[in-house]
Ligand binder design. Sequence first.
Ligand SMILES: C[S@@+](CC[C@H](N)C(=O)[O-])C[C@H]1O[C@@H](n2cnc3c(N)ncnc32)[C@H](O)[C@@H]1O
Length: 201
Amino acid sequence: MPKPYIPNDKWSQRAASEGYLARSVYKLMEIDARYELIRPGLRVLDIGAAPGSWLQYTSDKLGPEGRVLGLDLKPIAFTAPNVVTRVVDVFDDVAVAKAIAERSWKHVDLVLSDIAPNTSGIKDVDQWRSIELNQKIAAIARKYLRGKGSVVMKVFRGKDFDAFTQELKTQFRRLKVMSAVASRDRSREVYVVCSEAITLS
Ligand SMILES: C[S@@+](CC[C@H](N)C(=O)[O-])C[C@H]1O[C@@H](n2cnc3c(N)ncnc32)[C@H](O)[C@@H]1O
């Protein structure tokens, strides 16, 4: 029998007690502990950033020399001196490019994405929407990352997952898949970490 949805689970309670805006922060902490992606001074693009717990964690770790740009369909109330946020649909190429150009960034060092579609409850539909969103994230990452830069993507596992990772392997030299302990027990989400984009010649 599936476990019931518990809105006030231990991760949410911990986030509330530690002042984080969402329980998702513990997933990013796990990813960062494993891959050491977030380092002082980097330029980071966080896509699907609302309400902002990843921004909170990233802002702290980047320090005063680092910068993070958070994009989401929803406005983000969180502010910090090294954080800028914009309301942008990731499928709107012009708006994404404008948000990055406003920062005078020609490239970014790291792309983080915890983006998730509005779920319909129909497993295959939700999984395909997650893949579509992540195809867009991968395209943005390839456009703006340089050198060995990495992109973290949250993807729902399902029948299209293997085809998507195969697609990613033609776009990036390195690919890792990890499940976060802080993901809900019944969740099918995993985090895919790709680096060293293969540039189009
Ligand atoms: C799980 S939440 C992210 C939580 C965030 N990492 C945090 O720590 O607070 C997923 C976000 O993806 C955003 N999203 C979904 N579709 C989007 C789109 N097309 N463009 C931009 N953001 C989108 C949603 O609005 C939602 O805020």
